[in-house]
Ligand binder design. Structure first.
Ligand SMILES: [Zn+2]
Length: 196
C-alpha cells in the first residue's frame, strides 16, 4: 500500500468509519496477538511477541502488525484499506507438529450506511481488486475488523506442504538410492534440482 507504516505499539482504535475515510486517516501499529481472543480460540498456544523486537522482526509469531488507511474514491465511495501481517502457530493435521503460517493480507472494504445497502450481487470472483462491502458506523471497531481478517486466513485443516518427518525420510531414501546406483552426472543434477 502507499503508506509507509510506522509500527508503534498500539491496537487499532474504534473510529467513526465514514469520518476516518473522508479525512484519509491512517493508523498503523503492532500489538500482541493475545489481545485477539476470538482468533486464539482453537489455536495452539501462541508465543508472546516481544515488543522490543517489533521493528526488526515483522514475521515474529505472537505479534500482529497492521496498517489501515481511509480514503474516498473518485466515485465518492468511502473505503478502508486494511493490511494485516502476522505469523500464527498452527498444528499440522497430518503430523501434529507445529506449523508457522505467515499471513500478509490486504483487503479493500467499501463502507455502506446500513445493511439494506449491501449489494446482493454475487462478488465477481475474477475481480480480486473489487472492494468488499461492509456496514460502517460512528463506532466502528477496527480491531474487530482486523481480527476477522486473520480468522479468515486460518485454514480449516492446516497441513505442512511437506511434513518434517517425511522430508527426512525422503532425504534418507535419496541417500540410499544414490549409494546403490553408480554415480552419474545426471544423478548429481537430480540432487541439485531436489535441493532447491
Ligand atoms: Zn506436518
Amino acid at each position: 500500500m502507499s503508506v509507509d507504516p510506522v509500527f508503534r505499539l498500539s491496537v487499532p482504535p474504534v473510529v467513526d468509519a465514514f469520518d476516518f475515510a473522508r479525512r484519509g486517516q491512517v493508523v498503523s501499529g503492532a500489538f500482541s496477538i493475545h489481545r485477539l481472543q476470538r482468533l486464539l480460540e482453537g489455536l495452539l498456544e501462541q508465543p508472546i511477541g516481544e515488543a522490543t523486537e517489533l521493528s526488526v522482526a515483522p514475521a515474529l509469531p505472537g505479534v500482529v502488525r497492521y496498517a489501515i488507511q481511509g480514503r474516498v474514491t473518485k466515485d465518492d465511495a468511502s473505503q478502508l484499506v486494511v493490511q494485516v501481517q502476522a505469523s500464527l502457530v498452527l498444528e499440522c493435521q497430518r503430523c501434529l507438529g507445529p506449523l508457522i503460517l505467515p499471513i500478509d493480507r490486504t483487503t479493500v472494504f467499501e463502507l455502506v450506511r446500513r445493511e439494506s445497502d449491501l449489494s446482493d450481487d454475487e462478488p465477481d470472483e475474477d475481480d480480486l481488486d473489487a472492494p468488499e462491502q461492509i456496514v460502517g458506523s460512528p463506532k466502528f471497531d477496527l480491531c474487530e475488523l482486523l481480527e476477522d481478517e486473520l480468522i479468515l486466513e486460518v485454514p480449516y485443516v492446516p497441513r505442512h506442504d511437506q511434513c518434517p518427518e517425511t522430508a527426512e525420510l525422503d532425504a534418507q531414501a535419496d541417500e540410499i538410492a544414490s549409494r546403490q546406483e553408480p554415480p552419474s552426472p545426471f544423478a548429481v543434477l537430480g540432487q541439485l534440482k531436489k535441493s532447491k
